[in-house]
Design a protein around this ligand. Structure first.
Ligand SMILES: Cc1cc2nc3c(=O)[nH]c(=O)nc-3n(C[C@H](O)[C@H](O)[C@H](O)COP(=O)(O)OP(=O)(O)OC[C@H]3O[C@@H](n4cnc5c(N)ncnc54)[C@H](O)[C@@H]3O)c2cc1C
Length: 446
C-alpha cells in the first residue's frame, strides 16, 4: 500500500522512515530542491559546515539524540566560555556569564512571572488550561504592558521572546507564549546552554540528519515537487503536483501550518491548520566568518545581546578544529522584517558594523552568509509558526486529528518540544504510528 508524505523535513522523513520499516510503499514529495526544510547547512570552509537553520539541542531531546545515535552522528558542546557583551542602553559593557547588566530584581520578577504562566498551562492540551480562553484573548505585548512596570523588564522582554521563539510579542497570544516555554522544558531549561536546550550542536551540522535519512530512503523522494491539492474519495487519495497526480491510500502532511493551508483539500478539513492570527516566526540568521574565533583571544565568548538590531544576539558557532571562526547573529521579531527587506549589500554593511561595535577591534569578516527564513517560500518563517489570539482554543482540539486519510505531522503538531527539531521528530513517529494502526498493508482501513 502506498503512502505519500508531503514535506522532506525532519517530521516527514521520520514518518517516511517509520512507514518504510513497517513495510509500506512510500513516496515523499518535497517542494524544494533539497531535503531538510528548516535544517540547512552552509559550508564555511572546505568540508566544514555550520547551521543556517536549526542548531541547538539538549539532553531532554531524547528522540533527536536516539536518531543521531542511529545515524552515527555526534554532538559538540556549544561554546560559551568567556565574557559576554551587552549593548542594552544603560546596560552596556562586558560581563562574565550571560546575565545582562540590568536590574536583577526586575529581570528576576519577569522570569518569575513567565515561569508562573508556563506552570499554569496544560502542556499536553493547552486549550484545556483552566483559564485558556482568557489567556488566548490577549497578546504577549498586552501582557507586558499590564504586568511589566520596570523599564529594564520592558526592554528585555521582547529580546528574550525574540531569542526563545523568534516572536514579536504582538504576534503571539499569552497562552501560546506560556505553552511554548513549558513545552520546551521550562524557562530555565530552554534558556540555558550548559545542561539546557542549547547545550550542543550536531557535529558538522544538523542538516546531515535529513540528508542521511534521505539517503536511506533512496529512490522514494521526489524533489522540486510542491503538492498543490489533496483530493479524497471513497477509495483513496489523489495527490496533485505539477508532475501529475499520485494515487495512494493515505497521506502525511508534514509542512508548517500556513503552508498546509495553501494546499487545496477536497473535502475541506473541518478547521484550517492555521488561524486568522497565526503568524510566521521571524528570524534571519547571519553568519560572519573570520579566519579564526578572534573574540576568544580577548577573553570573550562571542555571546552578546543588543537592544538595537540587526544582530539582537550573537553566539560563537565556530566548527571545532575547523580553522575558521563563525559568529552567528540572530535577527528576530519585528527587526527581522525590517532587515529582510533591505538589499543584500546593506544587510552585510549593517551586520559588519554591529559586529565591530559589539566586539571592538574585530576585523571585517572574510564572508557573511545571510539566511532569510522570513521570506523563505516553503518555510514561511521560523523557528515555528506563532499562534496568535484565539488559535489554540479554536485549532488545538484538532491539532493531530486525521482528516479522513490525511494525517498531520510537523513540529507545530507536537505539544512536546513544539517548534524544535525534537517536536518535529516526535510528530513524525506519531503520524507513522497512526497510519500503522489505522491501515493494514493492503490499504484497507481498520
Ligand atoms: C533559523 C532557525 C533556527 C532554529 N533553531 C533551532 C534550534 O536551535 N533547535 C531546534 O531544535 N530547532 C530549531 N529550529 C526549528 C527547527 O528547525 C524546526 O522545528 C524543524 O526543523 C521543523 O521540522 P518539520 O519537519 O516540522 O518542518 P520543516 O523543516 O519546515 O519541513 C517541511 C518541509 O515541507 C516542504 N514543503 C512545504 N510546503 C510543501 C508543499 N506544498 N509540497 C511539498 N513540500 C512542501 C518544505 O520545503 C520543507 O522541506 C530553528 C529553525 C530555524 C529556521
Amino acid at each position: 500500500m502506498r503512502v505519500v508524505v508531503v514535506g522532506a523535513g525532519l517530521a516527514g522523513l521520520t514518518a517516511a522512515s517509520g512507514l518504510v520499516e513497517a513495510g509500506f510503499e512510500v513516496t515523499v514529495l518535497e517542494a524544494r530542491d533539497r531535503v531538510g526544510g528548516r535544517t540547512h547547512g552552509v559550508e564555511v570552509a572546505p568540508g566544514s559546515w555550520v547551521d543556517a537553520g536549526a542548531a541547538y539541542l539538549g539532553g531532554q531531546h531524547t528522540a533527536l539524540l536516539a536518531l543521531l545515535d542511529r545515524l552515527g552522528l555526534k554532538t559538540v558542546p556549544t561554546t560559551v566560555t568567556g565574557d559576554s557583551r551587552f549593548a542594552l542602553g544603560a546596560g552596556t559593557g562586558t560581563r562574565p556569564g550571560r546575565f545582562p547588566p540590568l536590574s536583577a530584581v526586575a529581570l528576576g520578577d519577569l522570569f518569575d512571572q513567565l515561569d508562573d504562566l508556563a506552570r499554569r498551562v496544560r502542556v499536553d492540551a493547552p486549550w484545556l488550561t483552566p483559564d485558556a480562553a482568557e489567556l488566548d484573548t490577549r497578546t504577549a505585548a498586552d501582557w507586558a504592558q499590564r504586568n511589566l512596570t520596570h523599564p529594564d523588564a520592558r526592554l528585555f522582554f521582547p529580546l528574550f521572546l525574540g531569542e526563545m521563539m523568534a516572536a514579536d510579542p504582538a504576534d503571539v497570544s499569552v497562552l501560546h507564549m506560556a505553552f511554548y516555554l513549558r513545552s520546551g522544558g521550562g524557562l530555565s531549561y530552554l534558556n540555558a546552554f550548559e545542561g539546557g536546550a542549547q547545550d550542543s550542536r550536531v557535529d558538522g551540522g544538523a542538516h546531515q540528519v535529513c540528508e542521511q535519512l534521505a539517503a536511506r530512503l533512496a529512490g522514494r523522494i521526489r524533489l522540486t515537487t510542491p503538492v498543490r491539492a489533496i483530493h479524497q474519495d471513497a477509495d483513496g487519495v489523489t495527490v496533485h503536483t505539477a508532475g501529475g497526480p499520485i494515487r495512494c491510500a493515505a497521506v502525511v502532511v508534514a509542512v508548517p501550518p500556513l503552508l498546509a493551508d495553501a494546499i487545496e483539500h477536497r473535502p475541506a478539513p473541518p478547521v484550517n491548520r492555521a488561524g486568522d492570527r497565526t503568524a510566521p516566526g521571524c528570524a534571519v540568521k547571519v553568519q560572519l566568518i573570520y579566519p579564526r574565533p578572534l573574540w576568544r583571544e580577548h577573553g570573550l565568548s562571542g555571546w552578546s545581546v543588543s537592544a538595537t538590531g540587526p544582530l539582537l544576539s550573537t553566539v560563537d558557532d565556530s566548527p571545532p578544529d575547523a580553522g575558521v571562526g563563525v559568529l552567528t547573529g540572530f535577527v528576530t521579531g519585528a527587526e527581522a522584517h525590517r532587515f529582510a527587506a533591505l538589499p543584500a549589500a546593506e544587510q552585510r554593511a549593517e551586520a559588519t558594523a554591529q559586529a565591530v561595535r559589539l566586539f571592538p577591534g574585530l576585523a571585517a569578516p572574510l564572508r557573511i552568509e545571510i539566511t532569510d527564513w522570513v521570506s523563505a517560500r516553503y518555510s514561511r518563517g521560523c523557528y515555528a509558526a506563532l499562534f496568535g489570539p484565539g488559535d489554540w482554543v479554536r485549532l488545538g482540539p484538532r491539532l493531530t486529528t486525521p482528516h479522513l486519510r490525511v494525517h498531520w505531522a510537523g513540529t507545530e503538531t507536537s505539544t512536546a518540544y513544539f517548534g524544535l527539531m525534537e517536536g518535529a521528530i516526535r510528530s513524525g513517529h506519531r503520524a507513522a504510528a497512526e497510519i500503522r494502526l489505522r491501515t493494514d498493508l493492503s490499504g484497507r482501513s481498520r
